[in-house]
Design a protein around this ligand. Structure first.
Ligand code: 13P
Length: 217
């Protein structure tokens, strides 16, 4: 294990702990991964193990994957390793993936509702909406396929009856986006309590996206 990998194992644990501390996840739900350098072939990445409380995680519990194969016998990788792998396969710019069961984002996802451009910060996810992928059983290839389609041209999506995914160029960027998506879901939900929020037109969102391009990362 190189110094960089050791550092990234701890960064994965810190990100998982931060999801719960920042109120965007609870218990053992959710999972986190980070890409490791690989010269060619299948992506290599580190991912949280399945069903271990984050405050009990030690650096050696974080699972190193090479494509579909864990490079250590135990513990087992997150049950959601498929969508983490498929995101790294399809999106070379993505270096980290955060999956949470954030309460407001998941509430909208339970209604199969994505987040439209009710607020300009929706553009932080890369476009003029944050889509909601259809429901499929956790850990399945079908869920992964739906998630990748909902993430097309975006850095975040909701998952019906499940939660959300945020991706980024670093663990901190993916975590910050997950926090932002949850804040937007909460604002959208609150606005819906008292009326029908106005949706910004596509031309305005195009302007916002252009202005944001410099710092979205
Ligand atoms: P894991 O503990 O296997 O990562 O599963 C939690 C989860 O969020 C499934 O969607």
């Amino acid at each position: 294990v190189t110094d960089t990998e050791q550092h990234l194992r701890q960064a994965v644990i810190d990100t998982a702990l931060a999801m719960n501390a920042q109120g965007i996840n609870q218990g053992k739900s959710g999972n986190v991964s980070v890409r490791l350098a690989s010269a060619e072939g299948e992506p290599r990445f580190l991912i949280t193990p399945t069903a271990i409380a984050y405050d009990r995680l030690r650096a050696q519990d974080i699972v190193a994957m090479h494509g579909m194969t864990p490079t250590q016998p135990a513990p087992r990788p997150s049950s959601e390793w498929r969508f983490h792998l498929d995101i790294y396969r399809a999106r070379p710019e993505v270096a980290a993936v955060v999956h949470t069961h954030a309460a407001f984002a998941t509430s909208l996802a339970c209604l199969a509702r994505g987040i439209p451009a009710f607020h300009y910060m929706v553009a932080m996810a890369g476009g003029n909406d944050i889509r909601c992928a259809p429901y499929a059983t956790f850990g399945t290839q079908t869920l992964s396929d739906y998630a990748l389609a909902a993430l097309a041209g975006r850095q975040a999506c909701l998952l019906a009856q499940h939660g959300m995914i945020a991706v980024g160029r670093s663990l901190s960027a993916a975590l910050a986006l997950a926090v932002e998506v949850e804040a937007l879901a909460r604002m959208y939900w609150q606005a819906l309590q008292i009326g029908e929020p106005k949706i910004l037109p596509d031309e305005e969102m195009a302007r916002v996206l252009e202005k944001m391009a410099d710092y979205r990362g």
